[in-house]
Design a protein around this ligand. Structure first.
Ligand code: ATP
Length: 212
């Protein structure tokens, strides 16, 4: 099975990396692809450039052999829609491999606003992890899709929703950008190699505003 985690990764942090690792272990993934978005459709534009975000992802995932960076959204002009990404992945990987798209509870709460979300569920399973501050109520739209265990994901290629417990780390990229802007240390919120890169290129420093 192949896992996917999309995000702005502005910057990638231990919250992303820890849930990715725990899902990879629990679901015995062969590979987990990190897919940074070029232009997020539903939010403010990132502070770091696409290439800087790619570089941070590459450095962060280097120690974990199953983790792989995937540039397809960075190569595509315009908004990064997950449905397009999954369609392109299916073209590459075929119809027979189960895909697991990992998202935090915050992202899942807005999932029905994603472009062509029903089509997304024809292309992948969803694995939803807890995130501090976000509670997901049961709802009719996904109840019939609920998977009770990983084996149920393995038995099909797409269409199921699995909730899974993870070590909850209350870290967000927003908090990191705010800490940086306030002149605070970013250490221990993200991998040391990413901290070093941020310092080297002068990202997220005092006085930086989105897009500046
Ligand atoms: P921002 O604060 O800029 O919105 P973010 O920290 O939420 O960023 P994203 O790149 O937007 O990070 O998130 C990508 C994916 O990772 C989303 O599915 C999100 O729910 C999940 N995620 C991010 N941080 C955590 C965390 N600490 N715990 C669980 N899931 C997380």
């Amino acid at each position: 099975m192949i896992g996917l985690i999309g995000g702005t990764f502005d910057p990638i942090h231990l919250g992303h990396l820890r849930i990715a690792l725990e899902v990879a272990e629990r679901c015995q993934l062969d590979q987990l692809r990190f897919i940074p978005g070029h232009t997020p459709p539903h939010r403010a534009q990132p502070l770091a450039s696409p290439e800087q975000r790619w570089e941070m992802v590459q450095r962060a995932i280097a120690p974990e052999p199953r983790f792989v960076g995937d540039r397809r959204e960075l190569e595509r002009a315009g908004a990064s829609y997950t449905v397009d990404t999954l369609t392109s992945l299916r073209r590459e990987l075929g119809a027979d491999v189960p895909l697991l798209f990992i998202m935090g509870a915050d992202a899942f709460l807005g999932f029905q606003r994603w472009q062509r979300w029903q089509t997304i569920l024809e292309l992948t399973h969803l694995v939803v992890t807890q995130r501090p501050g976000y509670a997901v109520d049961e709802a009719d739209w996904y109840r019939p899709r609920l998977a009770a265990c990983v084996a149920e994901l393995r038995a099909e290629c797409a269409g199921r929703v699995l909730f899974t417990e993870v070590t909850q780390l209350d870290i967000s990229a927003t908090f990191i950008r705010e800490r940086g802007r306030a002149g605070g240390s970013l250490r221990y919120l993200l991998p040391e190699v990413v901290c070093d890169y941020i310092a080297d290129v002068g990202l997220y420093g005092p006085g930086r505003l989105a897009g500046s």
